[in-house]
Design a protein around this ligand. Structure first.
Ligand SMILES: C[S@@+](CC[C@H](N)C(=O)[O-])C[C@H]1O[C@@H](n2cnc3c(N)ncnc32)[C@H](O)[C@@H]1O
Length: 457
């Protein structure tokens, strides 16, 4: 038992180091490490908790470590700093592991990888954290800086949140981002009904409950869906409930011709095709060819056939010979709404990335607009909460296109539970982390004028 736990922490240490050094995505790297380390299945939840928790709380853990370390943190070797972070994370935020086990194993790892001096220092710092507890964040006098450190977010991002949402809302968002994400699945109603699918999952050891908000979703309370036959045979897909709202906002109908301009890996395309009852035509484009290939595997798994994956740059689209009834732009964005699920994003993204992405989003919107038929609807969505990529992007788009106007019908197509998140004019939704158990998502609907007279109005 003890040996296994030591292994978990060593794998956690190596995973965290690789994420930092290779700038790799935490979810992909963690999966690789689980496979290559041959950890026992029972250890995977603890490994996942330590890796994600340590990344999530990095700034507040460093605040604690700075208080107790005689050396400045940037003078420590990378592996020593990461070992200290993951150990302090466990001491302060995990109840299920005894303190002495955390301390002993940190010292054992330090001994194995370093020398007596290092293990002595690790021992000393961790013992002091245990004895004295974390120092108070109140020593940071400036409120935004205190929020950034206590809530463990980069200062530039907290500054933006406070500017855009005010201090109180920013505080709620920051602390909501530290919560564990809800694990939701979308039932494939094209294939079966929810109750039957629930039974199928239960028989395979996966426990689920109804989502309080999203009629098409179930929430997983126990078990791993991706290993079940129900998943492999296409009865369910793993998808955030905020992401499910996007296809509902598009409101696709069987028989229509639809463009999903930024489609890979394909969660929303699959949902759209299910809602179309696999009748009509769905062109799912993405700039990356290797990502487009992922769409075909998903389509096959779900028993769908109307999706045509196309490798194309949406910025280069021109008037279509056969224009689309509806277009979805699920734009490349900063991802600052999905920090519960992917905490490494907050440390990897830079503020300058936002303006670069804004330009790409604007170019995509301008180009796809030409492919939409008069009277058609465009849905623009992102998984960020930054207003420059969302509301401001749309205001700028509308100012450039006289035949574009806000489509105010979202209340008619979205489930009632979300109506409080729809803006006053009924054309925009901003979901914030912590409100509905979803990622942070932005969705807006834009209508193309039917006639020249309508444009002039
Ligand atoms: C937010 S993701 C889309 C997620 C997808 N809609 C889903 O539900 O699975 C944005 C996608 O846009 C793609 N992308 C980025 N720039 C693009 C461009 N200029 N044209 C088309 N796709 C682009 C990225 O490769 C990425 O797959």
């Amino acid at each position: 038992m003890k040996k296994q736990e030591a292994t978990v922490r060593e794998v956690a240490l190596d995973t965290l180091l690789k994420i930092e050094q290779q700038q790799a995505y935490s979810n992909l790297l963690l999966n690789d490490m689980i496979k290559s380390s041959k950890l026992a299945k029972v250890d995977v939840p603890l490994l996942t908790e330590i890796v994600y928790g340590t990344i999530q709380r990095q700034a507040s853990l460093d605040f604690v470590l700075k208080h107790f370390s005689k050396k400045p943190l940037d003078k420590l070797q990378d592996w020593v700093l990461v070992l200290l972070r993951l150990s302090v994370y466990q001491l302060l935020h995990l109840d299920r592991v005894p303190d002495h086990a955390i301390l002993n194993e940190a010292v054992t790892i330090a001994n194995k990888r370093g020398h007596k001096g290092i293990s002595g220092m690790v021992n000393g710092i961790l013992r002091n954290v245990l004895r004295q507890g974390a120092p108070s964040f109140d020593s940071i006098k400036e409120p935004i800086e205190r929020l950034a450190v206590k809530g463990s977010h980069p200062q530039w991002f907290v500054n933006r949140l406070v500017d855009q949402y005010g201090f109180d809302e920013a505080e709620k968002i920051v602390f909501a981002n530290l919560e564990h994400p809800v694990s939701s699945i979308r039932v494939n109603e094209f294939k079966s009904d929810k109750d039957t699918i629930k039974e199928m999952l239960l028989e395979e050891g996966v426990e689920v409950e109804e989502s309080p908000f999203m009629p098409h979703a179930l929430r997983v309370t126990r078990g791993a869906v991706q290993h079940t036959d129900a998943f492999k045979e296409g009865y369910v897909s793993i998808q955030d409930e905020g992401s499910m709202l996007v296809a509902l906002a598009l409101d696709p109908k069987p028989g229509e011709r639809i463009l999903d301009a930024c489609a890979a890996p394909g969660g929303k395309s699959m949902h759209i095709a299910e809602l179309m009852q696999n009748e009509g035509q769905l062109i799912s484009g993405d700039i990356h060819k290797h990502k487009v290939e992922l769409l075909e595997a998903q389509q096959k798994r779900l028993g769908l056939s109307i999706i045509e994956g196309v490798a194309q740059d949406a910025r280069k689209l021109d008037e279509a010979s056969e224009p689309f009834d509806r277009v979805l732009v699920d734009a490349p964005c900063s991802g600052l709404g999905v920090l519960q699920r992917k905490p490494d994003i907050k440390w990897k993204k830079k503020e300058s990335d936002i303006s670069r992405l804004q330009e790409i989003q604007a170019d995509i919107l301008d180009a796809v607009w030409k492919t939409l038929k008069p009277g058609g609807r465009l849905i623009y969505s992102t998984c960020t909460i930054d207003k420059n990529e969302n509301d401001h992007q749309i205001t700028s788009f509308l100012s450039k296109h006289s035949d574009a106007s806000r489509d105010t019908s979202l209340t008619a197509v979205l489930p009632k539970a979300y109506h409080s998140a729809i803006g006053e004019d009924g054309s925009m939704v901003q979901l914030l982390p912590g409100q509905f158990g979803t990622d942070g998502f932005f969705i807006t609907s834009i209508k193309k004028a039917e006639t020249i007279e309508e444009v002039a109005e």
